[in-house]
Design a protein around this ligand. Structure first.
Ligand SMILES: Nc1ncnc2c1ncn2[C@@H]1O[C@H](COP(=O)(O)OP(=O)(O)O)[C@@H](O)[C@H]1O
Ligand SMILES: [Mg+2]
Length: 280
């Protein structure tokens, strides 16, 4: 937590110290500083700093077990951190529940949990927030809003918005979950391994969607260990290694090898990654 841990620009940063960012500020949509989380003897997150700027895609990388999902769930209000602070536009906030997260404008798209299978697309997009005319649901208005949102994201492969979600492909499910986030004016959308179960064409559709979210001005965090996906969509890359944030910078400061180095060893000696060292 202390600034004494940060290393000067000239010194190589030992992996164990982790990567530290400066003071959170109001220009940054979401910042984490010093966030820790353990489960019994397992320390899942050590003193993690993360910035998620609006209008940019941040790729969160790390090997299996690095802590990516724990970090995502901490921001989503599903897990309570043991220590550290979350800032929203530079102001300290508490995100104690998914409801708190939704109140700030944080939506999370999980691989499987995102949607209710037995409901159709419109019902899913309005679940818990249905529009009513007195006692009656305003189906026309909900259908129109759902269709407009899907069209604005150029989701064109869905045949009917009255189709049960169970009948959709994995990529279409992801698209509906993302569209829901957009329709509710979310400011930050986090996607945990959104393409892990998808084929090539579906993956491309989800990656295109992610770029459109960014064009809508949202902050996007994409959790992935697929470097093709990360380099295609990410403006920034943050890398966790065994629960520590070991690098975080513009995607252009990395190449594939340096990301692999950071993911597997927590450090990299490659020139291209030099600007990730010692930025405070
Ligand atoms: N609910 C939990 N109870 C105990 N340990 C957990 C729990 N969730 C995650 N962990 C542990 O925390 C570490 C990070 O997990 P996770 O964030 O899921 O990794 P990944 O980067 O693959 O998403 C792992 O060692 C995992 O076993
Ligand atoms: Mg995970």
């Amino acid at each position: 937590m202390s600034m004494a841990q940060s290393v000067g620009a000239s010194a190589p940063r030992p992996a164990a110290s982790g990567f530290r960012l400066g003071e959170p500020n109001e220009a940054m949509l979401l910042s984490l500083r010093g966030v820790s989380k353990h489960f019994g003897a397992v320390q899942a997150l050590y003193d993690v700093d993360l910035d998620l700027p609006a209008g940019q895609v941040t790729g969160l990388c790390g090997d299996n077990g690095a802590g990516k999902s724990v970090l995502t769930k901490t921001i989503a209000g599903i897990l309570a951190p043991d220590g550290g602070q979350i800032y929203w536009n530079g102001k300290p906030v508490h995100v104690r529940s998914p409801r708190d997260a939704a109140g700030l404008g944080i939506e999370t798209v999980y691989q499987d949990l995102a949607l209710a299978d037995n409901l159709d697309i419109v019902q899913n997009m309005f679940l818990g927030r249905e529009r009513r005319n007195g006692l009656f649901l305003n189906e026309d208005s909900m259908e129109r809003a759902a269709a407009e949102t899907l069209a604005s994201l150029r989701v064109t492969t869905v045949r009917s918005i009255r189709q049960p979600v169970a009948t959709l492909s994995g990529g279409q499910r992801q698209a509906v979950a993302v569209a829901k986030a957009v329709m509710w004016n979310s400011k930050l959308v986090m996607l945990d391994e959104p393409t892990a179960a998808l084929g090539v064409a579906q993956t491309q559709m989800v990656l295109d969607l992610i770029k459109r979210l960014k064009d809508h001005g949202l902050a996007v965090m994409v959790v992935s260990h697929n470097l093709n996906d990360v380099f295609e969509v990410a403006d920034r890359i943050a890398i966790l290694h065994l629960g520590r944030m070991v690098a975080q910078d513009a995607a252009s400061a990395f190449d594939r090898q340096s990301v692999v180095d950071f993911m597997t060893t927590g450090g990299s000696t490659r020139e291209v990654a030099a600007s990730t060292q010692g930025r405070n």
